[in-house]
Design a protein around this ligand. Structure first.
Ligand SMILES: [Ca+2]
Ligand SMILES: [Ca+2]
Ligand SMILES: [Ca+2]
Length: 285
């Protein structure tokens, strides 16, 4: 028979372990958000809001499951996806809001973050914007990260990977990891670093995001405002992940390549806390 004091110590130890693993040495808990596109724009965890940016986008957007022929499975497994069209208007696309994310990284905006996309472009590769940090997407305001027609990834202001890191009609897991105050932005494909920008601080510049201190959405996905051509493309997305911290190379490597179950199957912190509680209850019995 366990004493009450022992039970409480066990509970505290379990919770402390969970918090330590979640937050690292600093115990600072980052917010994580994910969308897995099981039929609509609702999120899987994190409480973020993804919405249609205009009234025409819902009719251009569809949801489905890979069939292994028209749309390849992911590692042989059926995956739920959102089918995104090539847009024709600046107003189209998807707005994303991160309500638990405040300013970080030494500025007034979000300067430390990670975005991960499980994506497939079905057609011959051409310029395709991942996001515009200017969520209003005005004419003349470029996207801030692109697939280029040679299969490289990047943007002039940060630099590009080698050509051919992306192939058409293949699922890839693409990560954009920003620590803007440190001047470091790193791109990964399928867990492998393909490019890193280093240099002067980029704090509160074009790559920073608005936060929960700024009313409304903080990011626009898959459109851009360069009016010299159409730099959006038809694509399929299986999963989209955002964290308001810069994930380490080891964490990105551990997440690896695309997965039909999504980028992060469970929010790691909640899972660890649940495991801690479960072990406490097991001891209690
Ligand atoms: Ca921009
Ligand atoms: Ca906001
Ligand atoms: Ca999915």
């Amino acid at each position: 028979m366990m004493t009450t004091a022992f039970r409480l110590r066990s509970l505290v130890r379990s919770l402390a372990l969970g918090l330590a693993v979640c937050g690292g040495a600093s115990f600072s808990l980052a917010a994580e958000y994910q969308w897995d596109f099981g039929g609509d724009l609702s999120g899987s965890f994190g409480g973020g809001a993804m919405t249609y940016a205009d009234a025409t986008t819902p009719g251009l957007t569809s949801f489905g499951t890979t069939d292994g022929s028209t749309v390849p499975h992911i590692n042989g497994q059926p995956a739920s996806y959102m089918h995104v069209p090539q847009f024709t208007l600046l107003e189209q696309a998807y707005d994303v809001e991160f309500p638990s994310t405040g300013p970080n990284g030494g500025g007034a905006y979000v300067n430390q973050y990670t975005m991960i996309f499980d994506l497939l472009w079905p057609n011959a590769l051409d310029w395709s914007s991942f996001f515009n940090t200017n969520q209003a997407n005005p004419a003349g305001n470029d996207g801030d990260f692109y697939l280029a027609s040679d299969g490289s990834l990047g943007i002039n202001a940060l630099g590009y990977t080698a050509a051919g890191v992306i192939a058409s009609d293949e699922w890839h897991r693409i990560a954009f990891v920003a620590d803007l105050g440190a001047g470091v932005v790193t791109y990964y494909v399928d867990g492998t670093q393909e490019y890193q920008r280093t240099g002067s601080s980029l704090v509160d510049g074009r790559f920073s995001l608005t936060s929960n201190l700024d009313a409304g959405p903080d990011l626009r996905l898959f459109n851009e405002g360069d009016t010299s051509g159409n730099y959006t493309q038809e694509l399929y997305i299986n999963s989209y992940y955002f964290a308001d911290r810069a994930l380490s190379p080891g964490e990105i490597a551990a997440l690896g390549g695309p997965d039909a179950n999504g980028i992060v199957p469970e929010p790691s912190c909640v899972l660890l806390l649940v495991m801690g509680l479960a072990s406490f209850l097991a001891i209690k019995r």
